[in-house]
Design a protein. Structure first.
Length: 160
């Protein structure tokens, strides 16, 4: 193995979470799988929208367990690429606990950057909520966790 200049998601230095496989979210409000931040210090949460028939709002929730006990929406910071097929992110933007309303452009990306230290004490679980846009809109959500506290060659699960 060559010396890496970053970190390897597949070798324990990072951890990949397929929180919401791409789905048409026009089937009622959608909630991603929850994952724990108990063993990682940072999450990069990537929301990718394909076909966007109408705007939706996404919020980030913290909870005390995987089932969403005491779930509470929280403020967060994010970056966006809201031009079709672009790869240049916006400046860091602060969002309130009310979340972010998307536009209606197809093929856009939002990236939430969150340190585990931003979570309320005893709240170690995260998930993303999406409102029903009322028309066909496809979204997938992934999270890349980093800063593993107990890194192993093969990562341990962070979902239940």
């Amino acid at each position: 193995m060559s010396a890496a200049q970053g970190f390897s998601i597949g070798e324990g230095q990072g951890h990949y979470v397929n929180a919401l496989p791409p789905i048409d979210i026009n089937v009622g409000a959608q909630t991603s799988d929850a994952w724990t931040m108990a063993k990682h210090s940072h999450a990069s949460i990537i929301l990718q929208f394909g076909v966007v028939g109408a705007a939706t709002t996404f919020t980030l929730e913290q909870a005390t367990d995987a089932s969403g006990t005491s779930a509470a929406a929280m403020a967060f910071s994010y970056y966006s690429e809201t031009t079709a097929a672009g790869d240049t992110l916006s400046a860091r933007t602060a969002a309130t606990a009310s979340g972010v309303a998307t536009g209606t452009t197809n093929n856009v990306t939002y990236i939430i950057e969150l340190d585990a230290a931003e979570l309320t004490e005893d709240y170690t679980w995260l998930r993303v909520q999406l409102t029903d846009p009322g028309t066909a809109t496809v979204c997938g959500i992934s999270a890349v966790l980093s800063g593993a506290r107990y890194a192993e060659v093969e990562g341990l699960t962070v979902i239940v």
